[in-house]
Design a protein around this ligand. Structure first.
Ligand code: GLC
Length: 557
């Protein structure tokens, strides 16, 4: 039996833990197969907690694990209260939560708010007639002419946001696949039903939710049906339940919108605690390809201030395509030609590739990009497998290209499963560059200079330097466009961390304006090596290796 008192020892109970946390996203189906049926499962995640603790992550984000026909990676939920049979049971979830908490690791679930599967009993009932008790739990109309200003999101497979239902002789509204009807949040019963789901899983011990597709909950004629005031009102309702009943839980909103809209999802500190920084992410890739810090610096300048107690979630890749919705048409064309010259790698408005293939497996670029998301304002969210620079399979359909089995060892099935290889939900990567024989956790754990060991070291520095999590941020002026420099510091605190990055493939000189910290001594944070003092003019000269970066603490001499 687990000792419940140890949880409070391992996890200090402050409300802003997420500001200093490193998140790790897990696609349960692809992580580890404990039952030997060829699919990853909840017990598989539990059995890998020691690894995640060793790596140094603070919070797991589990992709949807609910009962589902699995036509959209589990984002098509058919029962919010049960676990997909291939994943295990609610008891398995409880054990995962207990074991994670014992190790000081928090766990958040994916809450699919906007829609259900068309296999959900609510929809089965709703579609049967126009006057049954659930008839208006979904968004129905006599024709498909409404809300024409709302764009189609999954342009690869959907031509309309309306689909005809012969049973009801009406159309239903869906922002994603046509098997994912949108719930009708105008109906108070739907709001209550979802609040019960929130209470159930937080009551079981989850530490929060990623709120899937949070921008689309309401519709209004003549608008794009995104970011509507009623959507914010309902999200604030969720927040008030969380604050009153589960004050340590975090709400992380998936809103792929422009900065001026995303910032509204923080409310006045009374809506979501966190939002992904979608506008920043593609600019990091743009900076790498153009060898210029300017796109990243511009995105940072456009990033609005957020209320106290809130945090950005910053990421390089996730389980979806690398979305290019938040860039200009010109930037998108450039990014497509630079990162997806083979059209088969394109998905919807984006690119269906993992990090390593996107950057031609260049270890220096991987380090640069990780150092950025570990020090820019926000909490980093790592995608499973990126810590070993796993590859992808662009010939798999939709976003399955980036959801292949985690590569644990050079053994059969990459150590992911003991099943007959023919039974796996997806083949592991076997090519000579990214194949599991070469790219796997076991060999990288044993290799002191591996990317995995480097990542682990960086996470430990990030934890040591908590100012990288919750400090203020200031861009610094430099005399070289290839270079980005900024400081992280706490107001009224002596502690200042300086971060400098070279986006160029060639060595670069730079002078950084450090006039705020004259006479301090920069101490490099990975080797603790003191550098020359900052002289009176504050112009500090550095030389950066190709794709090099440096982190310093500016110590008072
Ligand atoms: C979110 C998820 C994506 C899913 C979609 C519909 O964007 O990240 O994987 O397909 O919502 O639920």
């Amino acid at each position: 039996m687990l000792d419940p008192s140890r949880r409070t020892l391992a996890l200090n109970d402050e409300r802003t833990w997420f500001q200093r946390a490193v998140f790790y996203e897990v696609y349960v189906r692809g992580f580890y197969d404990a039952t030997g049926d060829g699919q990853g499962d909840i017990r598989g995640v539990t059995s890998k907690l020691d690894y995640l603790e060793w790596l140094g992550i603070d919070c797991l984000w589990l992709l949807p694990f609910y009962a589902s026909p699995w036509k959209d990676g589990g984002y098509d939920v058919s029962d919010y209260y049960s676990v997909h049979p291939a994943y295990g049971s609610v008891t398995d979830i409880e054990e995962l939560l207990n074991q994670a908490h014992l190790r000081g690791i928090r766990v958040i679930a994916d809450l699919v708010l906007n829609h259900t599967s068309d296999q959900h009993p609510w929809f089965a009932e709703s579609k049967m007639s126009r006057d049954n008790p659930k008839s208006d739990w979904y968004v129905w109309a006599d024709d498909d002419g409404g809300y024409q200003s709302a764009p189609v999101i999954f342009i690869d497979s959907q031509s309309s946001n309306w689909t005809y239902c012969p049973d009801r002789e009406q159309y239903y509204w869906h922002r994603f696949f046509n098997h994912q009807p949108d719930l009708n949040y105008e109906n108070p019963d739907v709001q209550e039903a979802m609040l019960q789901v929130v209470r159930y899983w937080l009551g079981l011990g989850f530490d929060g939710f990623r709120l899937d597709a949070a921008a689309y909950l309401f519709q209004a004629e003549g608008t794009c049906c995104e970011n509507l005031p009623a959507t914010h009102t309902f999200l604030k309702r969720i927040r008030s339940v969380v604050d009153a009943e589960f004050p340590e839980a975090v709400l992380l909103a998936e809103v792929n919108q422009v900065p001026s809209e995303v910032v509204n999802y923080f409310g006045n500190g009374d809506e979501c605690h966190m939002c992904y920084d979608f506008p920043l992410m593609p600019r990091l890739f743009l900076s790498v390809k153009t060898e210029s810090a300017l796109p990243t610096a511009e995105a940072l300048r456009q990033t609005p201030d957020i209320p106290a107690g809130c945090q950005w979630g910053i990421f390089l890749r996730n389980h979806d395509e690398l979305t290019l919705e938040m860039v200009t048409d010109q930037e998108r064309e450039f990014l497509y030609s630079a990162f997806a010259s083979d059209p088969i790698s394109r998905r919807n408005v984006g690119i269906g590739r993992r990090l390593a293939p996107l950057i031609d497996n260049d270890r220096r670029v991987a380090e640069l990009l990780h150092a950025l998301i570990l020090s820019l304002p926000g909490s980093p969210i790592l995608y499973y497998g990126d810590e070993i620079l796993m590859g992808d399979n662009i010939y798999l359909g939709d976003r399955d290209s980036v959801r292949t089995p985690m590569q644990w060892s050079p053994d059969r099935n990459g150590g992911f499963s003991r099943a007959d290889p023919a039974r796996l939900y997806s083949s592991p990567i076997i090519d000579p560059v990214y194949g599991y024989q070469v790219v796997n956790v076991e060999s990288q754990m044993n290799n002191p200079s591996s990317f995995l060991r480097w990542t682990r070291e960086m996470l430990s520095v990030r934890h040591r330097e908590s100012v990288l999590g919750d400090g203020e941020f200031k861009l610094l002026s430099v005399d070289n466009d290839c270079v980005l420099a900024f400081a992280r510091f706490l107001a009224r605190d002596e502690r200042v961390v300086l971060c400098v990055f070279n986006f160029a493939s060639k060595v670069q000189p730079v002078s950084v304006n450090l006039s705020d910290w004259i006479s301090r001594v920069p101490v490099e944070l990975l080797g603790m090596t003191p550098f020359p003092v900052i002289e009176d003019d504050g112009a500090y000269r550095l030389t950066l290796a190709p794709y090099g970066f440096l982190w310093f603490e500016l110590c008072v001499a």
